[in-house]
Design a protein around this ligand. Structure first.
Ligand SMILES: [Zn+2]
Length: 433
């Protein structure tokens, strides 16, 4: 039986959803135009006024917003409510330059929590569950988002945050955690650590909600098998609210976007042209219910596709495919687009653990792609000749996937540094910028 947190919304008719979107878009555009000078100027430059936006059909008239706009407007430039009405900020984990700071009123927090509650209930969560939140807390949206959603559902919430794996496992056993929320790479690490300690029978996990980084279907199967759970994908970004912008149902066939709050478009990243459903392109979001920090046509840099065919779970909201990776993560090696997720797919399909590192360097003006991969303990005990035969096979499989040569180095188990948050998969030594 499918479970819904808000069935009247999650299973609303398409006409109803469209009606909400039209009404809320018109309201939000006016709200932003009247209260945000930065955005008013952008609209004026494009010759658009709120009167031009009467329905979702007019969305394409609005200018795009990019991460650069958010950096330019830091910290208060895109704030649409008086600061005295705001109750929280969250911020992105930007590695360089200015961070992005997002503001929330209590209304915005409530809606965000509801989105996360929908994800938890879709993963089978009820008030009887113990929700183990191992996303980072603090400025990062992962911990606070799932924490709030779990409260809405009425589950017992364990605000574990990331790190301290020993304590994570101990609480998981002692308090009977049933739903694990964290990054997929940390879930894989926890699974490995639980098995190593012989505690697989002591855990009561039934589901996991994993997001905040790219992961492959192979990695999903690996985690599901090792922990004996069903693994659900969740998607979101701080700029738009946090996790819960979209989430997976039990069908595991794409993530339902909460369309009563967010309008999704797919565009050609080079021309900005809106692409038809089913085509792969850059995901663009317009938030239509937020008060403090509503963004219109925000370019996410995520490459994916939308699917409007009805889902057998009964939810009527459009589904987005798992992003192929952020276009920021995309590496250009020898002129070819390479996504770390493609490399991971090959490794897991060949039976390697998801512990790898991609190193890109430049020798004699030519790019060199190198993949460091950990062997399983069984592989490690093989003869040296078997190991080089394995390397040779992997080079072939990677070439078939990527279209270019990648050097492969198989290393001993546990030699690649483990991560307790987002995994560091790529090291680019080329100093191109
Ligand atoms: Zn569904």
């Amino acid at each position: 039986m499918p479970n819904y947190y808000q069935p009247e919304i999650e299973c609303a008719s398409r006409e109803q959803i469209r009606h909400w979107q039209d009404e809320r878009l018109v309201h939000t555009v006016r709200h932003v135009y009247e209260n945000v000078e930065y955005y008013r100027k952008k609209m004026q430059k494009k010759g658009v006024t709120p009167d031009d936006i009467r329905s979702v059909d007019d969305l394409c008239k609005l200018p795009f917003l990019t991460k650069d706009d958010l950096r330019d407007a830091y910290p208060y430039g895109l704030l649409a409510k008086p600061l005295s009405d705001c109750v929280r900020i969250q911020s992105t984990s930007g590695t360089t330059g200015r961070r992005v700071v997002a503001f929330y009123t209590q209304h915005d927090i409530d809606l965000w929590d509801e989105c996360c509650a929908r994800a938890i209930v879709a993963a089978g969560g009820t008030k009887d569950d113990v929700v183990h939140v191992s996303y980072g807390y603090g400025l990062f949206t992962g911990g606070p988002g799932l924490n709030g959603g779990s409260h809405k559902v009425g589950s017992l919430t364990l605000p574990m945050s990331s790190g301290n794996t020993e304590r994570q496992i101990q609480f998981m056993c002692d308090l009977g955690s049933t739903i694990l929320c964290c990054t997929p790479s940390y879930a894989a690490y926890l699974a490995e650590s639980i098995i190593e300690r012989g505690l697989r029978d002591q855990i009561k996990l039934k589901a996991g909600i994993f997001g905040a980084e790219a992961w492959s279907e192979e990695m999903r199967h690996d985690i599901e098998e090792k922990l004996g759970i069903k693994a659900y994908d969740i998607y979101g970004l701080t700029e738009i609210s946090g996790p819960g912008v979209s989430f997976e149902c039990a069908e595991q066939g794409g993530m339902h976007i909460n369309e009563d709050h967010f309008i999704a478009e797919i565009i050609d990243p080079n021309t900005g042209e809106v692409l038809p459903d089913g085509e792969k392109g850059e995901l663009v979001f317009t938030s239509i219910t937020k008060e403090a920090f509503p963004l219109l046509r925000y370019r996410t840099r995520d490459i994916c596709a939308l699917n409007r065919t009805p889902c057998s779970c009964g939810r009527t909201h459009v589904r987005m495919s798992k992003p192929m990776g952020r276009s920021d993560d995309m590496l250009i090696v020898k002129g070819v687009n390479v996504f770390p997720s493609q490399i991971e797919t090959v490794l897991l399909a060949q039976g390697y653990p998801a512990n790898y590192q991609i190193i890109v360097s430049r020798e004699n003006n030519s790019d060199l792609l190198e993949v460091l991969v950990e062997m399983t303990p069984e592989m490690f005990s093989d003869a040296l000749s078997t190991v080089s035969a394995r390397e040779h096979d992997l080079v072939g499989a990677l070439k078939a996937m990527l279209g270019i040569y990648a050097k492969v180095r198989l290393v001993a188990p546990k030699t690649i540094t483990r991560s307790e948050g987002k995994a560091v998969r790529v090291i680019d030594k080329r100093n191109l910028y």
